[in-house]
Design a protein around this ligand. Sequence first.
Ligand code: DGT
Ligand code: CA
Ligand code: CA
Ligand code: ZN
Length: 573
Amino acid sequence: MSNEAIAQQLEELADLSDFIGDSPFKSRAYRQAARVLESLQTPIETIAEGGKQALEKIPGIGEAIAEKILAYLQTGTIPKREQLLQTVPRGILEVMAVPGIGAKTARQLYEQLGVHDLESLRSALLSGVVDNLPNFGAQKRERLLHLIELKHKSQRRTPLGFALNRGRELLQVIEQLEGVERALLGGSVRRMQEDVGDLDYLVASTQPERVVQAFVRLPVISAVYSQGARRAQAFLSDGVQVDLKIVPPAHWGAGVNYITGSKAHSIRLRQRALERGLKLNEYGVWRGTECIAAETEEAVYAALGLPWIPPPLREDTGEIEAAERGQLPTLVQLSQVRGDLQSHSNWSDGLNTLEELAKAARALGYEYLAITDHAHMFGGDPITAFEQRRRAIEQLNEQLGGRPYLINALEVNILEDGTLLAPERMLRVAELVLAGLHSEHGQPREQMTERLIRALEHPAVDILAHPTGRRYGKRPANEADWERVFERARELGKAVEINGYPTRMDPPTPIARLLVQCGAWISLGTDTHAVRDLHAMELAVGLAQRGWATPERVLNTRPLTELLNWLRERRHR
Ligand code: DGT
Ligand code: CA
Ligand code: CA
Ligand code: ZN
């Protein structure tokens, strides 16, 4: 229960009082108290330990509000708010939270048009029935419609690969704002979650209001949804939601920990603090009114008796227990990746030549790059074309001195029955073969399991590519008995891919975790179809980290000679 959460309940109580036409003095007092709480660093629970009198000593908090806070701390809600919600539809709260909709407008909308939540507000604005209301001009309708459409769009989730780029651009802009000492992009993006709801920024500043003012005026901000003394919520023009939160520089670490989440992880940390007679909030770890850790995340975790936990693990899926036992995994890092094991050139459906790919891989410092053109996309006589590509690769390897070494590889489709769509001769000549699903998705689980296992068992296959076949906005993950599939890969000494292509990110976190637990080799691939896609290795690594992967079983942390040995070993089996 954060100070901010109570502040929000008080705001809502003020809205509800206004809506039913209660005394404006009351709602003004609630709003004032909310602002005070928003800026209060000490956990309100700590102050409440001194009883009602202690709360009343806070400027802006009188007896009636002190009682409400105490009730909230005991029951998790303010009774008066609950009581009003018996007579007013709950959705009125979100209607009144729309900037520009006060009590009068909300009441008109409700009584005359039945607007009782954001969806019905959206319909009323779209259909134009609002024009019948007094004092509801076209300008007001357009302004609200713009806002509501952005809010509506913001419900969609964005693939990490896109959000990360947008988020970093905006981070640079925020860092330049007057009064900003430090800034960080937190939330699900920092945890490298495969898709993200919105962008969450933390800023360290001694002038929070100045930062909020500058932030809401940024040209990239299309609409501001709400703003407070140390926070703001706004939308970019395509409806991506941006949350900003500001803490004093000395409280940076606690703020970072808070903004990074996940909520489930934060809840566990708060519980842990309580068990130790401490409190954790966005400003620090507190013993009574004394803040004992705040400046760095390490200090916050240390105060709770834990080592620092890498953000991709912060999902309350065992990381706190592992940290407690000193058994956190040493996660694979991007800097350890020596090459990319999935890329497509213009010999199949890629945009770039072998040379362009090779040079881009060299610029990334790679030792090797697997050119995994689709076996069924070689034009003319496929065997001849494949042979031509082999020679082109050999020439380039000579020309570039093997930096990076281009691996003469293939990606082959797994057919409905688990056989491969490629001539045996191509499969024999290729140095490395990926097998992947590209058609007949959505088979029953048992059939899919057999199909994938059969493909893995083909002697030429080295790596099972993008195992679940999911694509954002296109199709969900296929179902299969993943433990069985991965176990078979492990027995055969083969690898399963973690694919970082922005719209794939395959397998999703829980299945990536199973893969790591099973102990099969893991291959990181970007599925590059244009040189810029090579940067998606960062996403593949992030997903591997979310699966708790350590470098030992990640194939492409191996030097080239070891990788080639690995390939030859299985060829000779
Ligand atoms: P998303 O945006 O749905 O992809 O997921 P997150 O994890 O970014 O969630 P979001 O944006 O709602 O919140 C960002 C961070 O702020 C979250 O990871 C933890 C923190 N946070 C937000 N609301 C609460 C809350 O009610 N309690 C606590 N403890 N932390 C919160
Ligand atoms: Ca977020
Ligand atoms: Ca957020
Ligand atoms: Zn392709």
